[in-house]
Design a protein around this ligand. Structure first.
Ligand SMILES: [Zn+2]
Length: 55
């Protein structure tokens, strides 16, 4: 399993999925619904990706 704890300050969301690709897809949905002001540019996406841990 891959796990991502939302890196946004004050957000305690945790995303888990089988693959990094699925985590990123869910992270994008989470960002769109919970952090609409967050701009998902390449740097932000890379930061999120690097926060994924294998569990
Ligand atoms: Zn969040």
């Amino acid at each position: 399993m891959q796990r991502l704890e939302c890196p946004i300050d004050g957000c305690s969301a945790t995303i888990e999925a089988e693959t990094e690709q699925e985590v990123m897809a869910q992270a994008e949905e989470h960002a769109n619904s919970s952090h609409p002001d967050l701009e998902l540019d390449d740097e932000t996406v890379e930061n999120i990706r690097s926060s994924i841990i294998q569990v």
